[in-house]
Ligand binder design. Sequence first.
Ligand SMILES: *Cc1c(COP(=O)(O)O)cnc(C)c1O
Length: 398
Amino acid sequence: MSPSSRKPDTQLAHLGREPKNQHGAVNPPVYHASTILFEDVASLRAAKDVRMDRNAVTYGRAGTPTTMALQDSVAALEGGYGGIAVSSGLAAVTASIMALVQAGDHVLMTDSVYGPARAFCDSTLARFGVETTYYDPLIAGGIASLIKENTKIVFTESPGSQTFEVQDIPAIAEAAHAAGAAVLMDNTWGTPLYCKSFELGVDVSIHAGTKYIVGHSDAMLGMIVTNEAHYENVRRCVMSLGHSAAPDDVFLGLRGFRTLSVRLERHHKTGLALASWLQNRPEVARVMHPALPDDPGHALWKRDFSGACGLFGLVLHPVAQSALEAMLDHLELYGMGYSWGGFESLIIPTDPASIRTATEWNAQGPALRIHAGLEDIDDLIADLEAGFERLNRAVAAE
Ligand SMILES: *Cc1c(COP(=O)(O)O)cnc(C)c1O
C-alpha cells in the first residue's frame, strides 16, 4: 500500500516518520543546525548543485531532516507535489506571490483576504511595480472579465477568515488557467485535511501553520504546498529571500500534525453548535459559518470541503460600543487576541469594512469573530449567555 493511497487519519499518524533510522524513536529528532560539515572538497562543492534538491542537507537555512519530514507530510496529506516550510503564514503568502510576478505584472486578489496580505500588495508589491486589483470573493467564473494580459496570479482565500464567503475555486481556476494565470489559495481555514485544494485546481496552497497545524498557540510557522509545475520556482524564491522555519517550531508543527484530525473534529462540532446557538439569540443579526445549512456558502462548502474548523463570524444588532465592551471584557473562557487554531477559545471584534475595497460591507451592527476551542460546549455557551446578559443590562441602563 503506497503512503498516498492511505486514508488521511493513517497518513497523519505515519507520514514523515522513519523510526528505524533513528534508534527506534517514534518521532524524528530536532536538528539544531546552521553549519553542515562536508567530508571533502568535492562534496562541499557538490552541495551547490544539490541545493534545490528538496532532501539535500547543505545549510541550516535550507532545512534539516526535521523540516523535510514536515514538508513532505503536509504536501502528501493535501495532495500536492512539494511542501516548503517558512517562518510564518504571512511569509508563505508573500513569498508565494513574489515567486510568480515581476515588475509590470498584475495580481487579482480576493476582497476577503487576510488584512496583512492586502497590506503587502498595497505597499511592497506596489513599490516593485506590481498592480493589484481586488475582486468580489463571490465572482466565480466571472473572474475571467477581470483577467488582463499581464495577470499572473488569481489569489483566493476560502472561506475569508473574517467574513467567511466561500469561493467557487474550480470555476475561478478554470478561468485563470485558460488565461495562463496561476491560482493561489490561502487554505488556512480548510487545512490540508479538510480542503484538498489541488483537486479544486489550485496551483499553490498556503497555510498559516501557526493556526491548526501547530494547534497549541505556541509557535509561528508557514507552509507552502505547490503542484509540480510551480515547485522549483517557489522554492527558489523562498531560498533567495532567506526564509526558513526554526527547528523547534518545525517540530511543534509536526507534533500538531499528528492530532490534526481529532482536534479538527471537535473544533468543527463545537464551532457549529455555538454558531447554531447564536443564530437563535435575539442579539444576533447574522452568523457567518459555511457549515450552517442556511449559510449562502453552504452548497459550495459541502462540495469542496470535508469539514469545518472552529473559526466563524457573527454580526450583532446595532448596540452601543460600551454595551459590547461590557459583554466582551468579562468573558471567562474566551481569550481576546489575534490568531486562532489553538486548543483554546477566542473572541475578537472585527472591522470588515476597513479591509475591503471592491465590495461593500453593509452590516449595521458590530461584527465579531469566534474561535471555538476544545472546551466543553455547555461551558462555552454559558459564558456567552452571561456575556449577553451583561450586554442587555448595559443597554437597559443607557
Ligand atoms: C494568521 C493568518 C495568516 C498569517 O499567519 P501568521 O503565521 O500569523 O503569519 C495568513 N492567512 C490567514 C487566513 C491567517 O488567518
